[in-house]
Design a binder for this molecule. Structure first.
Ligand SMILES: [Zn+2]
Length: 403
């Protein structure tokens, strides 16, 4: 009994001391801040004491996400929401449900991504296999010729052979698999080998093609361009593009050999390779053509070059390059800059891929052409657009929205 009384007394003293009233410790709270909870973090009260000690208590639970609809397109049956606090997205399907039933037929011949006249390609960035299947089928109904699926955007648990097969077999149109270090929730850190493995798995699952990034297995592509420019010039290549200091163009022969081995491997599996360069600089037509030829020499099926610049002058350089490349390259190419005008017109001058979005979302940055719009310009791969259509198009609210 005595022990218990002593214990209680000790507790009382302790509470008295911790209460901040003790002259002995000198610890007096000098400020109190109440932090409200959000959908990402709990709320709490923060006490700062005179000696600099900081303490938090009175924790409160996280709040629900505050979803607001932000779909700008007109696609029926689909609403996208984004949390106004944390940016989390969710997709809601209303009205007629798109089936996610998929029959995997391993005997189906693999479709080709590269053998058409033009590829009106819908970009698919979804977090789950089911959402990707729905998005592909919705875009197919809206006129897409093929799809670029960011397999790296899928949740980790959906990056399996079985899940990827659902995506590759939900359509008979060709799917190109992309594994980049972006996801719907910010950057991730896949190694080069992780990305290559994910692409191999996608091909195994039935993908028609893969996106090989120009900087795969390179530590520093810009340094390699400086170091090996003379090496390639001695072999007869026009390396004038190196003066523009583009990103993602590797010139290191050892790294290119590794990329070539990967390309050969994908070809041996029956799929195609698109080599992509996001140059992040402006280039003139001559430099773009030289780069296209350097990329073609890597043995790939499509050379994709994305350039900076949105002025009319840069668009003219892109169009000039497209005209020359369509005469001088054996492989397909895709060239465009960062403007609607360039994205819209380059396919009219021989650039193979018209990158489209079926539905504008925050992730897709609203810079690509809307699928309906691009599909309307072509009929069975033939351009059917005239000047009057173009004028109407640029006056339309959709194009103003896409700048
Ligand atoms: Zn939230």
């Amino acid at each position: 009994m005595k022990k218990i009384v002593f214990f209680l007394l000790t507790c009382l003293v302790a509470v008295f001391l911790l209460g901040g009233c003790s002259a002995e410790s000198g610890r007096v709270p000098v400020s109190k801040t109440v932090i409200d909870p959000t959908c990402l973090t709990e709320g709490y009260t923060e006490w700062t004491y005179s000696d600099g000690y900081v303490m938090r208590d009175n924790f409160t639970a996280k709040t629900d996400h505050d979803f607001v609809p932000f779909t700008e397109g007109t696609q029926p049956g689909l609403i996208r929401y984004v949390c106004r606090n944390c940016g989390l997205e969710k997709t809601e399907y209303v009205g007629e449900e798109i089936s996610t039933e998929v029959t995997v037929d391993p005997l189906r011949p693999r479709p080709s991504f590269a053998d058409g006249e033009v590829m009106i390609c819908s970009m698919i960035l979804e977090n789950t296999t089911e959402d990707a299947v729905r998005a592909i089928r919705a875009a197919e109904a809206n006129g897409a010729y093929g799809f670029m699926v960011y397999v790296s955007c899928l949740r980790k648990e959906d990056r399996t052979l079985e899940d990827l097969q659902q995506i590759m077999y939900c359509t008979d149109l060709p799917v190109l698999a992309i594994a980049y270090n972006v996801s719907l929730f910010g950057a991730q850190s896949l190694s080069f080998d992780d990305m290559a493995d994910l692409l191999r798995l996608s091909v195994q699952a039935g993908a028609a093609a893969v996106d090989l990034q120009g900087f795969m297995w390179s530590d520093d592509t810009r340094a390699s361009l400086t170091q090996y420019r003379a090496y390639w010039e001695a072999k007869g290549f026009d390396m004038s593009f190196a003066s523009a200091n583009p990103a993602e163009v590797c010139a290191d022969p050892a790294v290119l050999e590794k990329q070539r081995a990967f390309t050969d491997e994908i070809h041996a599996m029956g799929a195609e390779v698109l080599l992509s360069v996001h140059a992040s600089v402006q280039m003139n037509a001559g430099q773009i053509v030289a780069l296209g030829k350097f990329m073609e020499a890597q043995g790939i099926d499509i050379a994709k070059i994305v350039l900076s610049g949105s002025s009319k002058d840069t668009v003219l350089e892109h169009l000039e390059a497209c005209k020359v490349l369509s005469e001088e390259l054996q492989c397909k190419f895709s060239v465009h800059g960062q403007s609607t005008l360039s994205r819209l017109m380059c396919p009219m001058f021989g650039s193979y891929i018209a990158f489209c979005v079926d539905e504008y979302t925050q992730v897709q940055t609203n810079i690509q052409i809307e699928l309906d719009t691009m599909a309307d310009l072509f009929e069975d791969g033939e351009l059917k657009c005239d000047l009057e259509m173009l004028v109407d198009l640029f006056a339309s609210p959709e194009m103003k929205g896409a700048r």
